[in-house]
Design a protein around this ligand. Structure first.
Ligand code: DP6
Length: 302
């Protein structure tokens, strides 16, 4: 059977960095994110007795994709071969979470193509096994991943926020985030990060409840810098920024526009603002290529 799903990338406000259990992708800490309307993966999965081999679109990590398909084939108790056709509308491996949208779309399409009927919670648990952050691309809007599964905190229309991604690099990264997670304990600052996260989550959840953008922005920047502090002090150290990244961070910090930044495992800067200030921000950064994102619904069949 055949199914096609589309799933958004997501940007984490409180980051997932480090796993208690690498095989099960169980995180050390809860994370909170927003689905991105302008960055998505569309994936078609077809299983058939007529296929003699598994195939995956060129340019994608077929080993990791087929490992995930194998988990789902085991659940469905089938050995039918698969054809996976997948496509991102944004540059892969540039700090826009392509593994998140990719494994969310793959999970939803494959589960339906296999005739399995699972709850959203179960879909998030399965997507997590493919890529941790993928579990946050399944529920709608603003999402919390806590332990084994993820769920929506608020729908996409709760708060008219923007994530304006300023593109300063589109080349693949030297060290994947998967490899980075494995050495997180070598940073002398990782333990401190874990101690600070519960209070930071409370501050973020309060900012959400009150729609207090300043508080939201301050927490987002703090957690981003804290995660990169850990990354840069791991052994081997991970430097995902380039000179343009730092230039944009400095510009945001001047607060000429009401905006805050966050950065994942890549050089591009995600600038967060409220919808009413979108034009001010895009105008301020107009010399750069940008992707404008609103909060979006989670993964779904099309
Ligand atoms: C920096 O979800 O890509 O983007 O579980 O190995 O696939 P795997 O890791 P991944 O890690 C994402 C790390 C991050 C922060 C975040 O999105 O929370």
């Amino acid at each position: 059977m055949k199914a096609t799903a589309v799933a958004p990338a997501n940007i984490a406000f409180i980051k997932y960095w480090g796993r208690k259990d690498a095989a099960l992708r169980l995180p050390y800490n809860p994370s909170i994110s927003m689905n991105l309307s302008g960055c998505f993966t569309t994936t078609t999965v077809e299983f058939s007795k007529k296929f003699s081999t598994d195939t995956v679109s060129e340019g994608f990590n077929s080993k990791r994709i087929i490992e995930h398909i194998d988990r789902l084939r085991n659940i469905a108790k089938t050995d039918e071969r698969v054809h996976v056709v997948t496509n991102n509308n944004f540059p892969t491996s540039a700090g826009i979470a392509s593994s998140a949208s990719g494994f969310a779309a793959l999970t939803v399409a494959a589960v339906f193509a296999l005739g399995l009927r699972l709850s959203e919670k179960e879909l998030t648990e399965l997507a997590r096994l493919g890529s941790g952050s993928a579990c946050r691309s399944i529920p709608d809007g603003f999402v919390k991943w806590d332990g084994e599964f993820a769920y929506s905190l608020y729908p996409q229309d709760y708060w008219d926020l923007r994530d304006i991604i300023v593109i300063v690099g589109t080349t693949g990264k030297d060290v994947s985030s998967s490899a980075g997670h494995d050495t997180v304990e070598t940073s002398p600052f990782f333990k401190k990060r874990l101690e600070e996260i519960p209070a930071r989550i409370t501050r973020l959840e309060t900012a959400f409840a009150r729609k207090d953008f300043q508080q939201l922005g301050e927490v987002i920047e703090e957690d981003c810098l804290d995660m990169h502090h850990v990354m840069q002090t791991q052994d081997p150290p991970l430097y995902y920024w380039n000179t343009e990244t730092v230039k944009i961070m400095e510009l945001v910090k001047k607060r000429m526009v009401p905006a805050y930044f966050t950065i994942d495992a890549g050089p591009n800067v995600h600038i967060m603002c409220e919808g009413k200030d979108e034009k001010k921000v895009t105008n301020y950064f107009k010399q750069y290529k940008m992707i404008i994102n609103k909060p979006a619904q989670g993964a779904h069949l099309i």
